[in-house]
Design a protein around this ligand. Structure first.
Ligand code: SF4
Length: 198
């Protein structure tokens, strides 16, 4: 399930393939392995995702990129109506230190966060002026988020995919990708970000 997105596409399939190949080259240094253009109407917005943020996540009401600081599901649905296509960014890695929140985990997430924002910026410069990143997992740019005081890096502040009430696993399944849930810390896991494109 893919859509051709280059704005300057003159109709050639090769233009789309070249564009995608360049996108993939751009995201690799940030630990991302693939980029898929997808129609925005394939993004599944569900109230239960917000519920999981409110009940069970220690980041709730502690971070500017998480609820309740982020748009509620109704506003998300209105925002998505302004887009027709998005990019799904896919990464896969092993992270035995995932739950420790140590320096290594933080560095890994910062690299991933900055990579996604860097791609958003590049897309903006190429004419996709509506490009807007939704990054997977929580913002860890600061050792401790300043919430509810002002964000220290507002230019890099974006809602997380989950905080946008997007059922990301249901969405990727709907795209024909089978996300494997890591049942053990030693197992590699997949992570996903989105860039709302045009
Ligand atoms: S940049 Fe810092 S203050 Fe802003 S949301 Fe991220 S962690 Fe919080």
């Amino acid at each position: 399930m893919q859509v051709a997105v280059p704005m300057t596409d003159t109709g050639g399939k090769s233009t789309v393939l070249t564009w995608l190949s360049r996108m993939k080259d751009m995201v690799r240094p940030y630990g991302l392995s693939d980029v898929l253009p997808i129609p925005v109407d394939k993004l599944m917005v569900s109230e239960w995702v917000r519920l999981k943020c409110e009940y069970g996540c220690g980041k709730y009401a502690t971070n500017w990129c998480c609820p309740p600081a982020t748009p509620d599901p109704e506003r998300v649905r209105r925002i998505l109506k302004g887009y027709s296509s998005a990019l799904l960014l896919i990464g896969r890695q092993e992270a035995p230190c995932f739950y420790r929140g140590d320096a290594k985990t933080r560095l890994m997430r910062i690299k991933y966060w900055k990579g996604t924002l860097s791609l958003e910026r590049q897309l903006f410069l190429e004419g996709y002026y509506k490009a807007f990143a939704l990054v997977g997992e929580t913002c860890m740019l600061c050792k401790e988020c300043s919430y509810p005081s002002g964000c220290k890096f507002p230019q890099e502040r974006r809602p997380t995919v989950e905080s946008f009430s997007i059922d990301i696993l249901g969405t990727v399944e709907g795209l024909g990708i089978q996300p494997k849930i890591a049942k053990d810390l030693k197992e590699a896991y997949s992570y996903f970000s989105l860039i709302l494109l045009q």
